[in-house]
Design a protein. Sequence first.
Length: 232
Amino acid sequence: MKKADSDLEYFKDEANALKEYPKSRFLEVVQDVGFECDFCSKCCTRAFNDHVYLLEEDVSRVSSLNPDALKPSPYFDFCDREGRFYVSGYSLKTQNDEAGSCIFLENSRCKIYEKRPLICRVYPYMIHREEDDSGLYDWREISGLNEHGLYGAEIPDEEAAEIFEITKKYESGYINQEIEFLKAVSKHFEKNKLKHVPKIYDKQIRAFEKGESVTVFVYYNGAFHEHKTQKN
């Protein structure tokens, strides 16, 4: 499957690049910016962060706290000729308020703070490449600059090093999860004589955007799990 093959090569390249990413650069950026959380809770809303993608280790923990807190990650990767989507993992559900607050957010505080997902522990730090507003494709280390939080705080070397390790752990986990998904979906499509159909994908996306229920297979724990889902 061409799309899966090209996506797989992309994530393999990202995995290699992440291994070579210099720790010194991350520490310099993080300590120069000096981000400090001011408990605004913006990062816990769909309006600010779109969705919270979970690593598999997070899924098992979150589902033990609230099995209804999970939903298929909203950006579907593939669609077969039967109109069924395939996606690499789960995200957290959001509430029906205007901001789309996380299901675990209550009075601007996280109800599962000590057991929150890894991405929530990492945020706003990141170590991945993306385009900025000017179109420059390069490494990004902090998300949402000047949009939330405080700046100029002193971050000791030891703390900055700890931030680097946990951030790299999440980014590596995300990449590996995508790679395993792409391998699995290629094998699944080949075994069942399926193929990704862009025309049907577009049709089903339009239906999903209109609020219609669609079938999504989520890759988790080495298998595809079927869900019926609608747009929030």
